[in-house]
Design a protein around this ligand. Structure first.
Ligand code: XMP
Length: 506
């Protein structure tokens, strides 16, 4: 188990992912709220930071319980702070170094650089520099502009590097992390999907015992994997509820429900389409739609949960990025939660929470799902927003519009699958625009709806670019949509990136 102490760098999550790729478990803690007990950690990594070490309000935590006591790797700001903390000197640099650099000196026989190329490319992002090293420190690498690009402290397993090993542009970054964690710190590489499943299943059994658990399935990867894990742990005591809000993809409710039943899950499908449509009648504002759908979902889920007796736990498919967000250096405080209106909450919200995936990144959830034998097609599904097609129908929502958009969306998504493009796209869908345009079909003038197609590549949805789908494919899909879907006479393709656009239109 490795501890990553976060000083607020945008790359901290990437460090964690690289460490996990080595099959080593790690956890991120904010520097100002570290774990009380360090005895379970085998090594510590200090992250980068947007701050300058010399700034008054910069993170200056006490490292005396860590340095010299546990193997330590300090990265970027971490390296500067370690120098500053240990009596070295950090000063503004004459040359600000951002971007690619190459190692020009590497200390001979240094295990940190085992299997690392002579002038390996590293990624720099700093404006301060380490002018003088602390006592007992030895320089182990330099670049053309940065004398102390890496150092270690003699007699300790303490290493520090000015560059970012976690980013893709540091060619041997992963090798250096492996050298430090595996060779130098001797951390075992035992965090595999199988090991995770075994451990979490026994943890869940111990925690939940014979209690009943309720879980809301969405058809997405996270809630599905959470359900299968819990089912493995507690079997029939897991009660799943899958709500049809009428805004899912065409046939999705029935097909996913069947799949869930085939997996042996105890799941109740609730068709609440009419209730959601009613709640959405004449609502045009995107945020108002989200609110209406959220409220309707809570009502439906509460009604269903009420029909179960003696339920103690509410299971959720929360994953690690959500957890980090809520405890991060810049995020909301982990300790402040508004529980003062508990009386007004729906009953199911008063249940105890269990989140079996809260330590996993998305790709790890998929790997765990694979280990559990979940259908690869289900695991490879594109993300789909909770409010569903409601935020892809611009303006007010009617049953007719939902029907039209479901047909268009199905032609587009099936087309992507048939042409081997589905897995090359991160997310795709169709948008029904609130305008009519003139067309001609046969000898008749038409005046019908316009739909937009959207397909993006992304890693986390935070930034995205439109996919350059082949013209031939777009032509075929456009023809098929206009010929088959009554009420649509024009198709356009969205070529906006995020930012400045967003993925969804609402
Ligand atoms: P945007 O449109 O903000 O979307 O670029 C980024 C990602 O988030 C999804 N999204 C939502 N998911 N409830 C959800 O569960 C929502 O209200 C919502 N809005 C956007 C979107 O599909 C994309 O994957």
């Amino acid at each position: 188990n490795v501890l990553i102490l976060d000083f607020g760098s945008q790359y901290t999550q990437l460090i964690a992912r690289r460490v996990r790729e080595l099959n080593i478990f790690c956890e991120i803690y904010p520097y100002n709220n570290p774990p009380k007990d360090l005895s379970t950690f085998k090594a510590v990594i200090l992250s980068g930071s947007p701050y300058s070490v010399r700034a008054e309000d910069a993170p200056h935590p006490d490292l005396s319980e860590i340095r010299g006591k546990l193997p330590l790797l300090a990265v970027c700001y971490g390296a500067q702070y370690l120098a500053h903390f240990s009596g070295g000197e950090v000063a503004p640099s004459n040359i600000r170094e951002y971007g690619r650099a190459n190692l020009s000196y590497i200390k001979e026989d240094e295990p940190f650089f085992k299997n690392v190329g002579k002038d390996s490319q590293v990624w720099m992002s700093h404006s301060d520099t380490i002018k003088s090293l602390p006592a007992n420190a030895v320089k182990i690498a330099s670049t053309k502009d940065v004398e102390n690009a890496a150092y270690k402290i003699e007699g300790e397993t303490t290493y520090a590097i000015q560059y970012h090993p976690e980013v893709y542009h540091s060619t041997d970054g992963k090798q250096m992390l492996e050298n430090f964690l595996v060779t130098i710190a001797e951390v075992p590489q035992n965090f595999t999907p199988n090991a995770f499943v075994e451990e979490i299943v026994s943890e869940l059994q111990e925690k939940i015992k014979d209690d009943k658990v309720v879980l809301g399935l969405s058809g997405g990867v996270d809630s599905t994997v959470a359900a299968v894990l819990l089912h493995k742990a507690i079997g029939k005591n897991l009660y799943c509820i899958f709500v049809n809000n009428g805004l899912l993809r065409k046939n999705e409710f029935d097909s996913v429900l069947d799949q869930y039943k085939d997996m042996g899950l105890n799941v109740k499908g609730v068709d609440a389409s009419a209730r959601f449509l009613k709640a959405l009648a004449n609502v045009e504002d995107p945020e108002a739609k989200r609110k209406a759908i959220g409220n309707a979902f809570i009502e439906v889920f509460d009604d269903e949960a009420h029909q179960l007796t003696d339920v103690v736990w509410l299971a959720q498919g929360t994953i690690y990025p959500d957890v980090i967000e809520s405890i991060s250096v810049n995020g909301p405080s982990a300790t402040i939660k508004s529980h003062h209106n508990v009386g007004g909450l729906p009953d199911f919200m008063k249940l105890k929470i269990v989140e079996p995936l809260r330590m996993l990144f998305k790709d790890e959830v998929r790997r765990v799902g694979k280990t559990l034998g979940i259908d690869p097609e289900l695991l490879g599904r594109h993300p789909f927003p909770g409010p569903g097609l409601a935020i892809r129908i611009l303006g007010d929502i009617t049953k007719e519009k939902v029907d039209i958009l479901q047909e268009v969306d199905a032609i587009f998504i099936n087309g992507l699958k048939e042409h081997g493009l589905y897995d090359k796209v991160w997310q795709a869908g169709a948008i029904l625009l609130p305008v009519n345009s003139v067309g001609v079909m046969g000898d008749e003038r038409t005046y019908e709806k316009v739909v937009a197609l959207r397909a993006v590549e992304s890693t986390d949805g935070m930034t995205a670019d439109w996919v350059h789908l082949p013209y031939e494919f777009l032509m075929k899909i456009s023809n098929e949509i206009i010929n088959k879907v009554k009420g649509v006479n024009r198709v356009v393709y969205d070529i906006s990136s995020k930012p400045p656009a967003t993925i969804e239109w609402e």
